[in-house]
Design a protein around this ligand. Structure first.
Ligand code: MG
Length: 225
């Protein structure tokens, strides 16, 4: 059994049950006549990126214009995501809070909604790394800050190189970008979480399959001081 000094966890479909950009699209496009087509196009781009069929930066750049989202839609999204926290995370919150010093959230999603969802659960905001939105003067979301490591293809690897967190490191996630941290050597292990989504191509790359966070808690010792 190996213990880890740093545990990095993905957000979409890992800490929450959904892909948050799809929920943001559903909110922003509630009254749009072409809502179904645009949400489907966003879902398709997400799936292609998560399975490794499409570059992450290209998928992100193509999804944002489809969203049609504005600043005020973000607080509505936070409310929705609060109701879609992964069940085994909520069931084991005391373990996550006791381990907060070695826990990091690294996501290709956006800080503007991830921090308000995760901070009340006990995650440290300074341990949350994600993209940041760009807005125009009318409050429309126009893109992602391209100077952020996480807006780039394999940006999680570039970020981890930059942060130089203590080793050994574990990455837990559901997608191809999570596995890339293991492939690049930035993490010693990749555990795939299949509680919310099961991507065969990603599962095949994993060192372990977690059907829920319960399995992680059984493996790792209690809190480190
Ligand atoms: Mg994910």
């Amino acid at each position: 059994m190996q213990d880890f000094s740093t545990i990095i966890i993905d957000f979409d479909s890992t800490l929450v049950q959904v892909e948050s950009l799809e929920d943001l699209a559903a909110i922003a496009l509630a009254d749009a006549p072409d809502r179904a087509e645009r949400v489907q196009a966003i879902t398709d781009l997400t799936n292609q990126a998560m399975s490794g069929a499409l570059r992450f930066d290209e998928a992100l750049a193509r999804r944002i214009p489809l969203l049609g989202a504005r600043k005020e839609h973000i607080s509505a999204l936070v409310q929705v995501l609060n109701g879609k926290i992964t069940p085994s995370l909520l069931q084991n919150l005391t373990w996550f809070q006791a381990n907060r010093e070695r826990l990091y959230v690294v996501s290709g999603g956006f800080r503007e909604f991830i921090v308000p969802v995760m901070e009340p659960l006990g995650f440290k905001p300074e341990h949350i790394f994600a993209n940041t939105f760009l807005f125009d003067e009318q409050g429309n979301i126009t893109g992602a800050d391209q100077t952020n490591f996480l807006s780039q293809e394999d940006g999680k690897t570039a970020l981890l190189k930059h942060l130089n967190l203590p080793r050994p490191r574990l990455i837990i996630g559901d997608g191809f970008s999570d596995y890339q941290l293991r492939a690049s050597g930035e993490c010693e292990a990749f555990y795939v979480l299949t509680e919310n989504v099961h991507r065969l191509k990603v599962v095949e790359c994993a060192d372990r399959v977690l059907t829920s966070f319960d399995a992680l808690l059984q493996e790792l010792p209690p809190a480190q001081s």
